[in-house]
Ligand binder design. Structure first.
Ligand code: URA
Length: 199
């Protein structure tokens, strides 16, 4: 029985090596406060994350940090992970290795590990970033367009859906919506009694 995040990470790493035998892939596990009161779930690591072996350290991470700072929410006091624990790639027409969205099969492969991370951290709130995280956490074919900026009904722990920060890089029209959603998130954290120190 795995009792700590460190042991879960090791178990996940063993699973990873068995699945991708001989492949040049890096596992990126979650990180952050083990008793975090809230948890962020993203889609999958990108190139920078695979190089660093850490979630959200590339462009999307910079964007995320900026939004969190605006709201005085502290990344150090939360737990941050991804639905899929490796960088999904494809070769572009120009012959470059680029990111791709994870397949449904890949999301389902990593779903039990995400569930176990959630069980160990026991957050008072899960914040999903984008469609993949939303679907991986809920196990339902929900759409971020319909659910962003609010708590989903009847979830334990409660789930709050946000657009993926990368979406805001590519879609400037989402900026105002994203800021409004973050302001609602701050209100939700206050309602849940997550104190300023825990944030
Ligand atoms: N996008 C994600 O969803 N996760 C990361 O770790 C980086 C970019």
């Amino acid at each position: 029985m795995v009792a700590t995040l460190e042991r879960l990470r090791k178990e996940c790493q063993d699973f990873f090596r068995r699945i991708y035998v001989g492949e040049d892939r890096v596992m990126v596990f979650g990180e952050g406060a083990r008793d975090a009161s809230w948890m962020l779930v993203g889609e999958a690591p990108g190139e920078k994350e695979a190089l660093a072996g850490r979630p959200f350290v590339g462009k999307a991470g910079v964007q995320l940090d900026g939004f969190l700072q605006t709201l005085m929410l502290d990344r150090d006091t939360l737990y941050i992970t991804n639905a899929v624990k490796f960088r999904p790639t494809r070769v572009s027409a120009a012959g470059r290795t680029v990111n791709r969205a994870p397949t449904q099969e890949e999301i389902e492969l990593w779903q039990p590990w995400l569930k176990r991370e959630i069980e160990l951290v026991k957050p008072r709130l899960i914040v999903t970033l984008g469609n993949t995280a939303l679907r991986a956490v809920t196990g339902e074919a929900l759409s971020i367009g319909d659910t962003h900026g609010r708590m989903l009904d009847g979830r334990n722990p409660p789930v709050f859906a946000l657009y993926h920060p990368a979406a805001v890089i590519y879609r400037r029209d989402l900026r105002d919506t994203y800021h409004q959603d973050l302001a609602t998130l701050r209100f939700v954290l206050d309602e849940l009694g997550v104190s300023a120190e825990q944030r």
